[in-house]
Design a protein around this ligand. Sequence first.
Ligand code: BGC
Length: 760
Amino acid sequence: MSTLTRLDEPQFSPHTLNKFATLMAAGNGYLGLRASHEEAYTDQTRGMYLAGFYHRSSSVETTELVNLPDILQMRIELDGEIFTLISGSILDYQRELDFASGELRRRVVWLAPNGKRYQIECQRFLSAAQHSLVCSRIAITPLDDSANVTISSGIDATQTNSGRQHLDETSVRVFEQRYLQGCYRTLDGSNEVVISSFCAVPAESCSSFYAKNRRLTQHCSGKIGKGEAFSLVKTSWIASSLDADYHAQTCSYVTINKLIQCVEQGYDSLLAESAAVWQSYWQRSRVIVESENSQDQRALDFALYHLFAMTPTHNERCSIAAKGLTGEGYKGHVFWDTEVFLLPFHLMTQPEIARQLLSYRWHNLPGARNKASKNGLQGALFPWESAWSGQEETPEFAAINIRTGLRQKVASALAEHHLVADIAWAVDAYYQATRDDAFMRERGIELLLETARFWISRAVDVNGRLELHDIIGPDEYTEHVDNNAYTNSLAHFNVERAKHYLQQFEIKDVYFTRQADDFLERLYVPAASGENLIPQDDTFFRKPTIDLTHYKQQQGTQAILLDYSRAEVNEMQILKQADVVMLTYMLPGKFTAEQMQANLDYYEPRTIHDSSLSKAIHGVIAARCGRPEQAYAFWQQACLIDLGDEPHSCDDGIHAAATGAIWLGAVQGFIGLTVEQGELHLNPRLPAQWQSASLPFYWQGARIHLKLTPQQVAISVFGKNPVTLHLGEKQVSVLGSQTYLLADFFAPVTGSGTTKGAKP
Ligand code: BGC
């Protein structure tokens, strides 16, 4: 395997503190830890989050992922000078996140205001092997003279979510003059978290402990000779009442014991144990590209690093938040992002995780049924934003207009219902890729049926035709419209799949089948016109257009809403993100290459890409249209959503869906691996900049490895049975290793940049 890339922070800058705290955040799906520095900075949002650990601080607030007490902050005093990079000078600075091991390392040479130089080296990791474990190490070396060093660190429960406090301190203690422990309970009493820490300090240093103002702190000081290192190794163990093995009476004792075992094992051995888990993850999932642009591999590694970090695999009551576990954006809520943008990666690399993500929705069926019935509908209407309870968590109001003092209503919870069909789409994708009959019988079919029942009850009869009214499609700049093409098409797909699986699994439901047949026959599904254009909704084509150049240049910032009200934007042909283009992505077999092309060309100029979910999908469609150059441009821009130069691109957390979309762009776009009607298709369209691309994946129980160059594809199937693959219009059956010349399957690329014969 080629060497994993790293993410470097080129220099310390107070302007990008939060961006890098997000980009370099650690995570293991159970915990997430922002990469804030050890020393505090006023503008820095520090954060540690536990998957599923939500709380609502008051009836006027929204449920949010709780920012837990801080265990990483350190107050460092060197010969009386407080270490901070905004005083003195930085003589040398390196910070890097090592994707291979998940370790974050920093080395600084600091010239303090007292004129002396100190080297400060910090390392930390969140264990991928023991999900409750956080280790950090700091080594301070005075370079000019001996030095007096004081480090204060502990468990700091003054941490809040932008001022909202969620936790009561129930006990703080120091055991055996060594082990710090803080126990906290959410204000509503529903959850507890227990944090235990130990600091290993030099034998000749002296330590004292204090508990004051929600801080439990250990002060440790000592004198150190020039060129010698004063080091502190901090080991912490975090447990919560969400853990399967949590017992309120014994957790204090049990977690201290776990901590002691880790302390005895030591930093290096714990890191090696964690790195071994990372290594098997990379072997199982890494997409490797040989590209003219080294940034391409880094973007893929970055995306996969975060896909691991954000995904809770320990508890199927948790799913992936829109910002993973890296920040408080969207309050830690779960959106359609999970099923459509993130699940496909897991499905192909570790299908049991995809199953778990679908199980999260299955467990939340009661909330979805409740929302449907509250709206006078049947079946399951999943909440647009979801957390632990499965109830609707979308805030009623969004940002305030400070000129009027009025808050803007959020309409998504009321009308953005495509999520229901997106979940059904993911259930179908899961079954196609796994043939997991047991899951379908226990959970999948129920999800399909309940979502289908929702659509059937949601449709209105207009002179014999069924329509879906008052809808918001994926494009959130166009609200409350009738017959959004994406939603109608996916609703049709949802009901058709429910009926199909009922038949396949020989489940008799005469009433549902009759209703489904009627719905499928009478639902209006907006179709392509003579010019191949699909109307986004009933009124879209009648609306005026404006020049969007200015807003496209500022995409991702919603700058248009500063110049126009939402109501005005709604009355123009302006898209926030892919909508009809998204539809052609979701149901590829339903559209011809000409239709995909025409809609891409029509809608893209009208799309600002203010959502991070947009660019990479446009890239996939451009690739499917046989336009690798255009596809590559979209993909590269998608890779820069978080990684680009914009200093605040991800202050409040990673764009989780965008990381999944980086993988989608490479795998479904360039490598051209897709599933259509349950069959695996490979239609490669490598960009000219790529000499090769390879990836491991699973398909219906077989482990497959694929390596693609512009001339050929080498496929290895590790399993008992051959795997059938559609290469263009032909079929191949592979067991063991086979290499195919692409020229035998695909016509060469023509001068116009379209691949003749390549099936969309
Ligand atoms: C997008 C939604 C997305 C949400 C969370 C919004 O800006 O329009 O499609 O689900 O962000 O990522």
